[in-house]
Each structure stands twice: as C-alpha cells, then as structure tokens.
Ligand binder design. Structure first.
Ligand code: ADP
Ligand code: MG
Length: 509
C-alpha cells in the first residue's frame, strides 16, 4: 500500500480511542468539562450503559458562538495558553482533545448559553458538521451547556469489542459518579438511568456527609493531618464489611488509583478492620510540583516526587486516627491486644525507610537483610542465602539476544560445564574472552554479570561468593518484582521475627 497521510477525521477516530475508550471515559470527560465551567448542578441521562445516550446539562458559564466554533476542533482549549501553564493547572482538562474525539465517534449535539446572551446549537456526527451553529430558542437556565452524545462508537464498531461486560461497564459509570460526588461534596448531581430510574445526589456539607449518604451508613470517623507541604484528610467507616465498598483516593481533586496507598491503609487500619476492609475516602492536597499525574487523559495513576513522604503522611494519618478513636478500636476487638505490639503498628515505621509495598505487605532492606510483612507477621530474609538458593535452583535459562563479552580465566574449560549448570552459557572466543549466550532466569532481574564474575573468580563455589556488592546495589523493587512473596521458597528461607528483633535490627543498622 502506498503511504498516505491520514485524514483529520481518521486521526480523530484513532485519537478518540485514547480519550474515550468506554462510556465511563466519556462520562468522565463530560463531567470534567462541566466542572471546569464552574457548574454546580449536573443533570445526566444515561441509556443502555451510555452506548445509546449520555447527555449532561450543566449550569456552568456556557459558551458563546465563537467558543462553539472552536470547542470541537482538536487542540482547542480555553484552559492553557502556553507550556508553563501546565505546571499551574487548576482545571481537569487542558489538552483540548475530548470534544474533538467524542464528536468523531458519536453523534453529538451541543446547546450552550452564556448569561444574558442567546443560546446556540451545533450538531456534529462523526466529525461532520450536520447542523451548523444557529440560535437556539430554548435553554432551561440562565447559563450552561447541554451535551447530548448518542450512538457512541457507531463509526468505530470495533470499539465494542473492547468494552467490558455490562456489569463492569455499569460499575465503571457508577464509580465515575461516586468519584466526583466525593471530590465536590457540594455538587448537585441527578442521574436518570434508561428513562426510569433516578439517582439524586443532593449537595452535602462536606465529604464525610457525602460518603455517609453514598454508603447509607452513619458513623464514619475522620482524621486530618499535615506533613511537609501536604495536607490530608481520611474518612473511614470503622466497621469492616463485605458489601460493595467506596474506596476513593483523591489527590488535588483528581480521582487516583493507587494500590500501594490502598494496601498501606489496609495494613495500618488492620486493628480496626480485622475482617477485611471498609469504605474510605482519602483526600490529599499537595503542591503540583510534588507529583506527576500521567497526562494521558484516561490515566488515573500518579507518581510522587517523594513517595516516602507521602506514605509516611498516610500511615501517620491512619495511625493518628486509630489513636484518637481508640475507644472504637477497642470495641471492635473481641480481645484487646496491646496495640504497641501489633505488627501493623510497626509497619508504618518500616515504610519510613521503604516505600515498597505490594499486596502482600511492606518491604524494607536493612544491611544484608530483607524485612517484610506477610499475613500480619514480620519476616527476615538473609539475602546472601537467598541468592545462594537462587543459584542452586534447577535453572530455566534465558538466551541473550545481545551477547555480553566476558573475561575468562585460563582454566575456563574446567568450569565451563559447571557454569552451564547454573544457567550461564558461554562461548569462548579465545583464551581470555568469551561471549555470554544465556543466563539463569532467576537472576535476570539482577546484576547477573556481577554474579557471573564472582562465580568465575571463586571457581564456581557458591558458598564462597561475596554477594555484598550486589546486595548493596540492589533496590527493593528489583527484589519484589523478581520474586513473589507467595513464593514458598522465599518464605521457607525466611525467619519470622517479633517486634523486639525488629527494633534491635533498627538500632544495629
Ligand atoms: P479541554 O477540556 O481539554 O480544554 P475539551 O475538548 O474537553 O478540551 O473542551 C474544549 C473546550 O470547550 C474547553 O476548553 C472549554 O472551553 C469548552 N467546553 C467544553 N465543555 C464545556 C462546558 N460544559 N461548558 C463550557 N465550556 C465547555
Ligand atoms: Mg475537557
């Protein structure tokens, strides 16, 4: 096929996949636009999980005729003018892509009105202007915008394939609504599902009242704390329960997915939530230079400049909440263990020198040891022993696409076979040099060249290898990613320790 430039329309259809890959993605963009327009009321209609129709009427500042002309062009935004503005962003949108993308893959009708001005209407089907901007007679309020999106993906039916099942799509839509309810407790949202079922989220005083209304449970407890330039507020339901939970992390008004924070909360709040987890909303404000929210519009992931500070703040905050509500904590417990001796109380101190948490617990490295928590117990793993055991496993090998040159000792022929057994396959080029062809899979994540050098220098005697340099250089995340904690061998090699041991270790290192 000859090379052709894609038409704007096709580009928009491709781009649309990045911005709106699902009805919930579309809903998110529309809500954010309304909020950016300072709306306080949103009236939303959703039909057939958003595939047939999503419409939203807001009472924001609206658009005039000129704005309407530009709003659906790609990279048209009223929110930033130059690159610097990106660092002081206070709006949700800024890429000016959502409306162009949405109108490329659906039938879109927009009516908008600014205060003391006439309302205007425009209609675009699959990027084509089917109804140029005209005056519109009716608009329900003094100012605001109505966006009606129907037949989502009618131009790109392949998109349907990527949608999740109905139940997940419905959950995703509900999740978006919940997020923005919690971000703006004062926001008034009304949703009409399939022309019949109505959800009304009336304005609330604050986040606590909002989450209580959303979950229909009273008696949430709240704690605030500041640390460095961050301030945080945690609101939780002290009662652990099984049903569907609202668990929302909000950073600077943005809904965030962050498993680490979730597990950290779960760990620290374990004395309270002995039987699992419960509803919570965690809100943190911090200066924008302290984090990097992936600028892909769909992404809700965040990277922190100083993750340790953020985790320290969160675990400190949750701990404070436990302290200040010790009566509830006690009453939730069948027996009353001394909190000082609960491992989870000590987890946060580990998190101060480690920002490594996975679903199994917390990890920290101290000298030649890895300390980790697993099922509320603390384990100590001697890393030298760990690497010895990795070498001694029967090896699956990974061939190297690009061979590393290796310096050989003169008696290479004597240990070549032994190295093979470890998974290091080397072809000698001459007496002093060889090419590394394959490596043991268990060591792929690590500095395998360092280990190989040691093996060669110590005549393949594993017990003589000095792993200290390797361990010193090792980051915990390498370790976590290379091994699953559920890996029996790792647990078997580890020793369970108690808090006294841990404190002793902390003093010694
Ligand atoms: P972005 O939000 O990134 O600027 P969009 O494509 O979502 O880009 O929107 C383009 C522009 O259209 C916005 O910058 C804004 O000026 C205008 N706009 C979109 N939705 C609304 C709305 N509900 N009320 C007022 N203006 C809107
Ligand atoms: Mg937008």
């Amino acid at each position: 096929m000859a090379i052709e430039l894609l038409s704007e329309q096709v580009i928009d259809q491709i781009k649309a996949g990045e911005v709106v890959d699902s009805p919930s993605g579309l809903l998110k963009e529309l809500i954010e636009n309304s909020l950016d327009a300072k709306a306080t009321h949103l009236y939303i209609e959703i039909e057939n999980l958003g595939l047939k129709k999503i419409s939203i009427t807001d009472n924001g500042h609206g658009m005039d005729e000129q704005d309407l002309q530009k709003a659906f062009l790609r990279h048209s935004t009223s929110k930033i003018q130059n690159y610097q503005d990106l660092n002081q962003l206070s709006s949700f949108g800024f890429r000016g892509e959502a409306l162009a993308s949405i109108s490329a893959v659906s039938r879109l009708k927009c009516i908008s009105k600014q205060k003391d001005r006439a309302a205007h209407l425009v209609e675009i089907h699959g990027s084509e202007l089917v109804h140029p901007i005209t005056l519109s007679q009716q608009f329900p309020s003094e100012h605001g915008t109505t966006m009606i999106i129907t037949d989502l993906f009618y131009k790109t039916p392949a998109r349907y394939e990527f949608l999740q099942n109905d139940r997940s799509e419905l959950n995703n839509l509900k999740k978006i609504l919940t997020s923005y309810c919690l971000i703006y407790p004062q926001l008034h949202i009304e949703v009409l599902w399939d022309k019949e079922k109505r959800d009304l989220f009336g304005p609330c005083q604050d986040t606590q009242q909002r989450i209580e209304k959303l979950t229909q449970k009273k008696s949430f407890i709240m704690q605030k704390a500041d640390y460095e330039q961050m301030n945080a507020c945690l609101i939780i339901n002290p009662q652990a329960h099984q049903q569907k939970k609202i668990q929302q992390i909000i950073i600077d008004q943005r809904p965030i997915d962050n498993k680490k924070i979730h597990y950290l909360l779960q760990q620290v709040l374990a004395p309270l939530w002995q039987q699992g987890t419960s509803d919570y909303c965690l809100k943190i404000h911090m200066p924008p230079h302290l984090y990097d929210i992936n600028v892909h519009p769909k992404k809700t992931e965040i990277k922190f400049q100083e993750a340790t500070h953020v985790y320290a703040l969160i675990s400190g905050l949750a701990k404070l909440l436990l302290q200040n509500h010790s009566d509830i904590v006690k009453s939730q417990q069948n027996f009353a263990p001394d909190l000082k001796d609960s491992p989870s109380q000590h987890l946060h101190s580990l998190s101060l020198y480690s920002d490594n948490i996975n679903q199994h617990g917390l990890f920290a490295k101290k000298g030649n040891f890895l300390i980790y928590t697993y099922q509320e117990k603390i384990f100590l793993l001697n890393l030298t022993r760990y690497f010895q055991s990795l070498l001694q496993k029967t090896q699956e090998v990974i061939p190297l696409l690009i061979s590393d040159p290796i310096e050989l000792k003169s008696n290479f022929a004597n240990y070549q076979k032994r190295l093979m057994e470890f998974g290091f396959e080397i072809d000698a080029i001459n007496a002093q040099h060889g090419l590394l062809r394959s490596i043991p899979k268990t060591l792929a994540q690590f500095d395998y060249l360092l280990i190989l050098k040691e093996l060669i220098n110590r005549d393949c005697k594993v017990e003589k290898i000095d792993f200290n340099t390797l361990i010193a250089k090792l980051s915990i995340s390498d370790l976590i990613h290379s091994t699953e904690l559920s890996d029996e061998s790792m647990i078997n090699l580890s020793m369970e320790i108690n808090i006294d041991h841990l404190q002793k270790l902390e003093r010694e290192n």
